[in-house]
Design a protein around this ligand. Structure first.
Ligand code: HPA
Length: 245
């Protein structure tokens, strides 16, 4: 079963054919919101807003472990994550859709592992390629079918937040090779890998990262770009859900 984890701007998804909402409790605590069991055409799926229904949870306080555990318990084997991000690389300006292929994790103090053992030993998952090649290809095909321009790869630098970065921090991320900056890719992607769930992300750039544009960052402008990109994100999700390759 497929799950969509909605990011900023996608806290509700009323266009889905909703079947029921079910609250899942896990050994790690409660997830961000009840899981919405729904359908797109013949495809069953689950929707979970990462920040909670009323966008009340900031990135560093999200219970990522509960979210991923609940999705696993509900039978999810594939996750499409939606992330609003800042852009840094060439061609990564506001309004751009990006299918990232790599992550650098700058977060700290988040519960980042289920700490489970494999045959009695500490389990070090392979995370060379944090995003599923197969889901990324399916997502790229969906973006092409939707007729949307996009960047087919990018390195996502995940910062701790909730504040935005300093100009010097963004210069460091650029030196590290990052193209995008956001606050929610990690530990979500790694936890999904720990539980054997395929994971890919669709990012929408909503601002130039700190210090790269003439003006200071304005949340209102980010929200406007987010709102205007949301229909295309939903369109892409609908196409993605209906294809199974
Ligand atoms: N930095 C971190 N996270 C973000 C940004 C940003 O500039 N824009 C949207 N999410």
């Amino acid at each position: 079963m497929l799950a969509i984890i909605g990011g900023s701007g996608l806290n509700q998804f009323p266009e889905l054919e909703i079947i029921e909402e079910r609250f899942f409790s896990t050994p790690y605590g409660d997830c961000s919101a009840p899981l919405t069991f729904a359908r797109i055409g013949a495809t069953p799926l689950i929707f979970l807003p990462r920040h909670g229904k009323g966008h009340k949870l900031p990135p560093h306080l999200i219970n990522y472990r509960a979210n991923i555990r609940a999705l696993k318990d509900a039978g999810v084997s594939q996750i499409l994550a939606i992330n609003a991000v800042g852009g840094m690389g060439e061609g990564m300006g506001p309004g751009t859709f990006v299918v990232p292929h790599q992550v650098i994790d700058y977060t700290w103090g988040r519960e980042q592992s289920f700490n489970f053992l494999l045959d009695g030993y500490v389990n070090h998952i392979d995370f060379t390629h944090p995003y599923s090649a197969h889901l990324r290809e399916r997502l790229i095909n969906a973006l092409i079918s939707a007729g949307l321009p996009f960047q087919g790869q990018g390195i996502y630098g995940c910062t701790q937040g909730p504040r935005l970065e300093t100009a010097a921090e963004i210069q460091r991320l650029i030196r590290d090779g990052c193209d995008l900056v956001g606050m929610t890719a990690m530990p979500e992607a790694a936890l999904a890998r720990e539980l054997g769930i395929e994971y890919a992300a669709l990012c929408l750039v909503v601002n130039w990262a700190a210090g790269l544009a003439d003006q200071e960052l304005a949340i209102a402008e980010m929200m406007q770009i987010l709102a205007s990109g949301m229909n295309n994100i939903k369109k892409t999700i609908f196409i993605f859900a209906k294809t199974t390759i």
